[in-house]
Design a protein around this ligand. Structure first.
Ligand code: PLP
Length: 488
């Protein structure tokens, strides 16, 4: 039985732009009336393979313009650690200069150099409707015109809370915060406060934001940067964090037997070691163990909530957690997190109970308006469409992999996916880390040059939005086919 273990420059952009555009007007890309570079989508029989669900789409490998992004990155590095305001944005895992985006519309984003990309990052998950959805924009504008923050209660909070509870009934009561990190940190505090226990279990490669106690053996940027631990987290803060492998019931059982556990916090469908679905029976087993040991089961559905279905992963797998954390989709692209669950546990939160939690901007009117606008559009038909697009991508990529001979695993749940560059199945963090990150980096750049924007790290999840069309998916697949052939 496994045991638990514990360049600074000052670019003159105008002249730079001018010289850039005159000296490098040699592109093979077409530009639209706004000068936006587009991927060409014209019939090209050489890219057609029988048996594929994809329509005939060809892609053009662009010589991407990067001068302006390069110059901005140089300035940004002088200001921000790594030139960024969140580590994975720095392209450390794939090399090259991060794109500086200026605009997003629907499924497409544009960078400062005028390159355009089909976006499969979706701001790391929130943008399930795509960029600048007209209803979301209108809702935000209407709200902003009446005041951007009150620090007081509003009707919209009640409306969004009721909408969330209707979709995720286990969230009998909840509280709004401003990020996923706040949601998980607060949920854990509730579990500890309620049970009076300190220790909790998280899985290796699970990422729950950057609160001190939750950074141990974390996925996402922590894993991408290969950081075994995080400086600045005191031994005391990490001492009560018990790490077990994902998908391993025996290790979880051993951890429960070894100490008094306040809670298990887990992404029910981890998306921060790449996308790794749970084995059948794994989540129900966690539910049983938590019940047997009087511990709380916290589902971190910051990615999966409103992404894999209206009821999140808990509805998909039929497992009711004690507490749930939401973020990303529910905020419609604005800063919003939510934690909530059984009324009995949430009553421990101040001012009703002894667990303090607060926020100046919590329940922010713009975030409430955006969330409501998004949730209104996420009906069953929306999820059916997302799944159909996901299925089209999956079939296309699997065909492309078979044709290329490249050993890789495509994981998909609905509109979320990861392509792992490894021959063996991926079931946990250890197997995910066997993926060939160097090969992924080459694939990433081949895709970027073809106008496809993916998460810039192997151990992350890509997202399809309702703004993507079948043709966009086919362009993704055709681009992948070429990229796979190139990286070999
Ligand atoms: C599963 C999960 N939980 C929590 C977080 C933290 O959310 P935020 O970045 O909004 O603080 C993330 C962020 O990616 C996440 O993926």
């Amino acid at each position: 039985m496994k045991t638990a273990r514990t360049v600074a420059t000052n670019p003159r952009l105008t002249s730079l732009e001018a010289s850039f555009f005159t000296t490098r007007a040699r592109r093979t890309q077409r530009s639209d009336a706004n000068g936006d570079v587009r991927t060409r989508q014209e019939p090209n029989l050489s890219s057609f393979r029988s048996g594929s669900v994809c329509s005939v789409v060809s892609v053009v490998k662009n010589m991407r313009k990067t001068a302006i992004s390069d110059a901005l990155f140089a300035r940004a590095q002088n200001l921000f650690p790594g030139g960024v305001n969140s580590p994975v944005r720095a392209f450390k895992a794939v090399g090259g200069t991060p794109v500086f985006l200026t605009r997003g519309q629907g499924a497409r984003v544009w960078d400062a150099d005028g390159n355009s990309y089909l976006d499969f990052l979706g701001s790391w998950g929130p943008l399930i409707l795509g960029h600048a959805d007209p209803d979301v924009v209108a809702a935000i504008e209407a709200a902003a015109g009446k005041g951007t923050s009150f620090g007081a209660s509003t009707e919209r909070e009640v409306l969004l809370g009721e909408a969330i509870r209707a979709a995720v009934p286990s969230m009998e009561r909840m509280r709004f915060v401003s990020s996923g990190t706040e949601a998980t940190m607060s949920a854990l505090r509730v579990a500890r406060g309620y049970t009076g226990r300190h220790r909790f279990i998280k899985v290796e490669g699970g990422y729950h934001g950057h609160a001190d106690t939750l950074l141990a053996a974390a996925g996402s940027g922590v894993a991408t940067l290969g950081m075994p631990s995080c400086a600045g987290v005191t031994p005391g803060a990490a001492a009560d964090t018990i790490i077990v492998p994902f998908n391993d019931e025996a290790a979880m059982q051993a951890a429960f037997e070894a100490s008094q556990i306040a809670a298990v916090i887990i992404e029910p469908i981890p998306g921060n070691m790449g996308l790794v679905p749970p084995r059948p029976g794994y989540l129900p087993a966690l539910r049983q163990m938590c019940d047997a040991y009087d511990a709380l089961l916290i589902f971190d559905e910051v990615i999966s909530g409103f992404r894999v279905g209206r009821g999140g992963a808990q509805a998909l797998f039929g497992v009711r957690p004690d507490l749930t954390c939401l973020g990303k989709v529910v905020g419609g692209g604005l800063p919003l997190g939510v934690f909530g669950g059984k009324a009995e546990f949430m009553s421990a939160v101040a001012p009703e109970g002894p667990v303090y939690q607060a926020g100046t901007l919590s329940g922010n009117p713009l975030a409430m308006a955006a969330g409501l606008a998004v949730l209104r559009k996420l009906d069953q038909a929306a999820y059916r469409r997302l799944d159909a697009l996901g299925q089209r991508l999956e079939t296309g990529i699997k065909n492309a992999l078979a044709a290329s001979g490249v050993a890789a695993q495509l994981h998909r749940v609905g509109s979320a996916f990861t392509l792992f560059f490894c021959a063996e199945p991926v079931t946990d963090f250890v197997s995910a880390k066997r993926a060939d990150t160097e090969r992924f980096a080459r694939f990433f750049h081949e895709m970027l040059d073809r106008g496809i924007y993916l998460p810039p790290a192997q151990l992350e999840t890509g997202f399809i939005s309702l703004a993507h069309t079948e043709e966009d998916i086919d362009t993704f697949v055709a681009s992948s086919r070429e990229a796979l052939a190139t990286i070999g």
